[in-house]
Structures are given as C-alpha cells and as structure tokens.
Write a protein that binds this ligand. Structure first.
Ligand code: GLU
Length: 288
C-alpha cells in the first residue's frame, strides 16, 4: 500500500491556513509575535525548497479591535455592528500585512496581499483575474498572503470563514496540499474537550455523511469563525479538487516541516479528485 504520508514530501504547491486564535495571546488578544515569526520562518523554508507557498491568514478583525480598544462586537446582524467589524478589519488587515511583510522580508521573501469574497469565485471575470494573479505571483516566487475582504463582504457575498476560504484558494490554484493549523490536534470521533472517550482519527480516505455529522462539535475558541464543521467542508472542497488536506495543532508551528517531511501528524484527508466537482456552484450555494 502506498504510504500517503511519504507522498507529502513531493507536494509542490502548498496552501497553509492559520486562524486568529493561533495568532494571538489568549490572555490579552495581542499578537503572538513568536508564533508569527516561527510561522514565517517555516513557510520561508518551504519556499526555499522550491515549492509554491500560499498563506491564508485570519486575524484582521482581532488586530483591528485591539488597535482601537474594542473588546466585543455585538450581533453582526445589526448594521452598525457590521460596520464596526468592517472598520476593525480595515485597520487590522493593514497591521497584519505590515507584520507579515516585515517578517517575510527578514527571511528574504517577497509577500503579496490578496483579499477575496465569494464574488471572486462566482464571477467569471473576477475568478479569471484572481487565478492569473496567483499564477503570476507564484511564478515570481512570491508568497501570497490571503484573507477574506471583510471590509466589503456582507452576508450575501461572504465566504464567512477562512477554513473554507483556504480550500477554495487551494482549488483555484490547483494546489496539491492544504494544511489547516488550528487549536485542535485534528479530527476526533467526538469533541475531546467534552468526551474523554473521543478517539483520534489520523487518516480519512473518504468524507462520508457520518463524518460530516461528527464534525458538528466546534473547537469552542472565542475568536475566529472556524469549528470542525468548516474544516470538513474545507476537506470536501480540497480533496475533490485533488489536494490532500492535513489538520494539525498550531501550538507548535514546527509541525509544518514535520508534516512536509512525511511524519504522521494531525489528521490527513487523502485527495479524491472528482472531475465533476463544481467549485463555482459549491461556492455559490454556501450558506444557502
Ligand atoms: N477574516 C477574518 C479576519 O481576518 C477571520 C475569519 C476566520 O477566522 O475564519 O479577522
């Protein structure tokens, strides 16, 4: 039998997603620079091996809130609260990018910012343009840093969470590996924080309806928008478009090079390319 973990060593185009809860200190909500720096060093090293690297990062809203001293944004259904969230994102995205640019340049890498919404995929011209931009950046050896364009994305046009966004990016650029760095080790049969008998699953070869059911339990972190169910949606998109996906714990960012070295870390969802998979239709129907 082929060792799927060994095959990861040969992956060429890698998308890495990191969530807000992994980028900030729990106690204060301020940025965790040590972790950010380690992330940038790991990604730069993967790039130095001649692989294409894309980072999907959250943390814009969290950084913006912190900058202007907002601790809580009440219900987003209220239009003022939505505007506050969008303003925080505008502030925070610039800060986040400034930090990434600074760190990437210390490791001699060029990074670029790409902000997307649902329309980037659903609209043919937008999708074509986004695809060309990614392709060109990767050909230049640049590391694209992607987030949702929260400043313009309201409910109708938002993807809504960066797990799904990262899988959409992986599909758009024909990546062969997506790594989701999260605050959980991977997929369990139940929420391990609530059920001590929950078993860890290290390999998923097929995403069944029962599995989707298992993911309903959320990670329960107070920041970011992803729980296990968004990770399973991401796994569906990524594997159907021909990429493997790994969920791993961001507690130690060093898992990145160990995963790339074929170590059995986190949960691996094996790619299962489906030529009938309709990315545009899937994205169009998100939240419907
Ligand atoms: N786009 C949001 C931000 O950067 C986060 C979305 C998510 O965490 O999934 O703050």
């Amino acid at each position: 039998m082929v060792n799927l973990r060994e095959l990861i060593k040969d992956k060429k185009r890698i998308v890495v997603k990191i969530g807000s809860s992994s980028l900030q200190h729990k106690e204060t909500g301020d940025m965790d620079y040590i972790r950010l720096e380690k992330l940038v060093r790991e990604l730069s090293d993967i790039r130095n091996q001649g692989k294409d690297v894309i980072l999907v990062t959250s943390g814009a809203i969290a950084a913006g809130k912190k900058a202007v001293g907002i601790t809580e944004i009440k219900s987003e259904s209220n239009s003022h609260a939505m505007a506050v969230k969008q303003a925080c994102s505008a502030i925070g995205q610039a800060r986040l990018m400034m930090t990434y640019n600074k760190l990437f340049s210390e490791y001699n890498q060029v990074s670029a910012q790409i902000l997307m919404t649902k329309n980037t995929i659903v609209d043919n011209l937008n999708r074509y343009n986004a695809h060309n931009t990614f392709t060109e950046l990767l050909a230049m050896g640049v590391i694209p840093v992607v987030n949702e364009n929260d400043t313009v994305a309201t409910y109708e046009i938002e993807i809504g969470d960066n797990d799904t966004l990262s899988a959409i990016v992986a599909a758009l650029v024909d990546a062969d590996l997506l790594i989701l760095l999260s605050d959980i080790d991977g997929l369990y049969t139940d929420d391990p924080r609530k059920n001590k008998d929950a078993k860890f699953i290290d390999l998923v070869e097929e995403i069944t309806p029962e599995l989707m059911e298992m993911g309903k339990a959320s990670t329960g972190s107070g920041v970011g928008t992803g729980g296990m169910s968004t990770k399973l949606i991401a796994a569906k998109i990524a594997t159907a478009s021909g990429a493997d996906m790994v969920i791993a714990n961001s507690e130690d960012i060093g898992v990145l090079h160990r995963i790339m070295n074929g170590k059995n870390i986190g949960t691996l969802f094996a790619s299962n390319k489906d030529d009938n998979f309709d990315l545009v239709g899937f994205v169009e129907n998100l939240h419907k």
